[in-house]
Design a binder for this molecule. Structure first.
Ligand code: GLU
Length: 518
């Protein structure tokens, strides 16, 4: 029977979600939505030592900003669901709140001979480790060492059974079968085989906190939540044999999910995994949102750095996946249609910060003047400028092609709102020469006396005609005027600038440069 597609994103709240984590969530989401299935969030917080306050809320907010909205696990207010309902039948979705579920599965594995109770104290394990190191070996809890350690396989039952009640520091370990080939299939990597002799007896459950470890909780929950595909980062590939064996040990092979391990995101230059330090060094964000860590350092987020969520989603989608065509711009809807695991590459995806900016620039150009004006107005307000909305919109329309981020509008066009406080020395030396500025001041008089409609369209032609008919050097004269209006010799066309700032302000700026430089 064809099963309904159900995939999950299962983050551990151990810190802010790296952009690679967002990509994992995105691919899961695209996979589910393409098949009309469910995208579930499950919080894997069984390792209390690594718990970071605020991380869970951060993850949910980041996904929400990207438009990666879960069907199950998180409610409309962005809260992880704790009470079961029709929409969220598997609640609670936080593993720490599901603790009562796992013990019986751990016991079941012991009963079926797939696991055992281990009573070694921390000191005993340290001693065993030290003894191995002294011989230049590494200690591994496995088939060769387990019989010399303290567990329910090496001890008589009459001895170990009472320890289950009298001690609170025992664990349940998986009994890795000997010399067995585990044959696995990965949707990206294909067929993989490994011999169990290279694997250890992982801890599955701990009496000390009465919690499962990642492996047990992950398999039990994927089974109970009827997950059909597990799409996760490559760092989990080494755990796959154990996960296969756990499905077999429980007798759940028939409903075992299919697996896809996604390639790593790599540094822009050199080799290795993209790390938060690369971002600091090269000045690009590695996280979706800003994150203030406990030492008071802020990690940069795409959102706060001015990226549009659509651009971020688009650039993430292309890191490791390709559509098989030249198309680079995809809306979420288009991604849902086009995405395919078959086109996810096996090898790591090099992150290119310039390409990330390119994406934002493309999305900025696709935005309406209204949307951009709405985003720019608060930036102006923060500079103490309360300009008329329609005027700002006109300016935005003129400059948007030159910007990568909305915040660039200010750098590109601050002179349309405030007079230049100074004049770039290099440009002044080059253009503000008497033979040029005497002509430029005559052109200024022409502009002030112009009695046609004061718009770029009606002024530009006569203005240029006036300069040309006098055979004055167009470039030099215009650059003198630009120096007066912009404070530098670069910027918009003179007709654009004067019609936006108006005749009065134009006259003021001409007087100001005369007073300073003539
Ligand atoms: N909790 C694991 C993580 O933090 C999930 C791995 C998985 O998806 O199985 O990435």
């Amino acid at each position: 029977m064809e099963r309904r597609t159900r995939v999950r994103f299962a983050p551990s709240p151990t810190g802010p979600l790296h952009m690679g984590g967002v990509r994992t969530a995105l691919y899961n989401y695209l996979f589910a939505k393409q098949r009309g299935g469910d995208f579930i969030i499950r919080i894997e917080d069984t390792d209390s030592n690594r718990f970071v306050p605020g991380a869970e809320a951060y993850i949910i907010e980041a996904l929400n900003w990207c438009g990666i909205i879960p069907d199950e696990g998180v409610d409309g207010n962005g809260k992880v669901v704790e009470e079961a309902s029709e929409k969220h039948p598997h609640a609670p979705y936080r593993q720490s709140q599901r603790r009562g579920i796992y013990r019986k599965y751990a016991d079941q594995l012991v009963e079926s001979g797939n696991a055992y109770y281990a009573f070694d104290t921390a000191e005993e394990l340290n001693e065993a480790r030290a003894a191995c190191e002294a011989k230049g070996e590494t200690f591994i809890y496995n088939q060769t060492t387990r019989m010399s350690l303290r567990n329910s396989l090496s001890m008589p039952e009459s001895e170990w059974r009472p320890l289950l009640d009298s001690r609170t520091d025992w664990t349940v370990r998986f009994k890795m079968p000997e010399n067995t080939v585990v044959a696995m299939d990965d949707m990206i990597r294909g067929h993989v085989e490994i011999n169990t002799d290279t694997l250890d007896d992982k801890v599955l459950w701990k009496r000390a906190d009465e919690l499962p470890t990642y492996h047990l909780a992950n398999i039990v929950d994927d089974h109970l939540m009827e997950i059909t595909e597990v799409i996760r980062g490559e760092e989990w590939l080494p755990s796959l044999p154990l996960h296969y064996l756990l499905y077999q040990a429980f007798g759940w092979q028939d409903t075992m999910p299919r697996f896809a391990h996604l390639p790593l995101l790599l540094k822009p230059v050199g080799n290795g995994k993209l790390s938060k330090r690369d971002g600091d060094k090269m000045g690009f964000p590695v996280f979706p949102l800003n994150w203030l860590n406990s030492e008071g350092e802020t990690y940069h987020g795409y959102r706060e750095d001015g990226y549009f969520p659509e651009a971020f989603v688009n650039l993430l989608a292309m890191l490791g996946w390709n559509p098989g065509t030249e198309q680079e711009i995809f809306s979420m809807k288009e991604l849902i249609e086009a995405f395919s695991i078959d086109h996810v590459s096996k090898s790591g995806a090099k992150f290119n910060p310039d390409k990330a900016k390119w994406y934002n620039k493309e999305y900025l150009r696709m935005k309406s003047d209204e949307e951009l004006t709405d985003a720019f107005m608060p930036i102006l307000a923060s500079k103490g400028i309360n300009e008329d909305y329609d005027k700002v919109k006109k300016i935005v329309a003129l400059i948007k092609e030159r910007a990568t981020f909305v915040a660039d509008f200010w750098d590109i066009a601050s002179y349309l709102f405030v007079a230049p406080a100074e004049y770039a020395e290099k440009d002044a030396n080059k253009f503000w020469k008497e033979e040029n500025y005497t002509l430029a001041l005559k052109v200024a008089d022409f502009i002030l006396a112009f009695d046609g409609e004061f718009t770029k369209e009606s002024l530009e032609g006569p203005l240029e005609e006036y300069i040309r008919s006098n055979e004055w050097p167009m470039g030099k004269v215009m650059n003198c005027l630009r120096l007066a209006l912009v404070g530098a010799s670069s910027g918009l066309g003179i007709a654009d600038i004067v019609t936006i700032i108006g005749k009065e302000e134009f006259a003021r700026r001409i007087e100001a440069i005369k007073a300073k430089l003539c």
